[in-house]
Design a protein around this ligand. Sequence first.
Ligand SMILES: *Cc1c(COP(=O)(O)O)cnc(C)c1O
Length: 380
Amino acid sequence: MSVLLAPLPRAATALVEAPSAPTPYLDLDVAAATTRFRRLAAALPGTGVHYAVKANPDPSLLATLAAAGCRFDVASPVEALAALDAGAAPSDLVYSNPVKRREDVGFAARLGVRLFVVDSADETRKVAAAAPGTSVLCRIATSGEGSDWALSRKYGCSPDQAVTLLRTAALAGLDPAGVCFHVGSQQRDPQAWAAPVEAAARVFQALHADGLDPWLLDLGGGFPAHLEDGAPPLAAYGAGIERALRRAFGAHRPRTIVEPGRAIVADAGTLVSTVIAVVERRGTRWVYLDAGVFSGLVETLDEAIRYRVRTSADGGPVGPCVLAGPTCDSADVLYERVPVRLPLSLAEGDTVRLMSAGAYTTCYSTVGFNGFPPLRTRLV
Ligand SMILES: *Cc1c(COP(=O)(O)O)cnc(C)c1O
């Protein structure tokens, strides 16, 4: 142990810089992301699109989206600054993190952000104190059913609590703007918005009965990328949401916004990696890549997000393979429970491409766990 903790000898320091690996990296096509933004906006006419910066905060991506008329969903001071640097106006931002540092709320308010999300009485009082007079959305919980990456446990209150909370917000001098929710990421069911839209409509009704005037419904993210099992087209989501809004709100529809992350940037990115070894273990073929859970593929945990895989050896016979990353952590296995069918000829040095990997990868990468560098971005 003491040997490992000792400073690296000079020779080792030199080695760290020696074999600069060409992979892994993310090929990111910002024009493709802009096309996805336009498609989603077209599928949801009249609904404002706020790109969720956490999916991929690449500065040229943000600038290109801003120039195309996209607005932003941010969750921290650094994300707010990134959106403003990209050319967004403070009024283009929704600060959607339901639980925030008090200092961060004040900082965002000084930047000019006017729309915050809350889901508890404490947080409402915090926003009233640190960002007086701003607008708040109350996040209601959803089941997360139908999604590959549920966001159902950490945030969100009941519709009844939302009514109480938005009344509290009004008494505290805030604008009780309305309701938000998230149906879970990579949501495969275009009807998943129906239940929360219905719940939101009941909250709006109760507030109207109090003489308050909520005006904004934030339909969240969750729109899908082109992953292994496919998903309905964006138009099906637009139709499902339109039907839900018409049924729940009739002619008294509030303004609506969405916060897509994955649907905009995932399909615009390809993670390019190299096979470092193929090993037979107890009758199973293990393919080790130079990219893994710690170089950005965090969403493969529990095999929740399944990327489509293309290799430089495609074309020949295939067989089931376990796909693993390069670090010595046993969690660094991408797909084992459900193996991936890969070419039997796949060998060291072959290229493996994980498709639609532009979301939640570069920003999930560790700074250098086990000495493997963070995932780089290459703009194409
Ligand atoms: C992560 C997140 C999003 C983006 O979700 P996607 O499933 O990537 O579209 C939107 N809104 C909030 C509040 C989020 O936390």
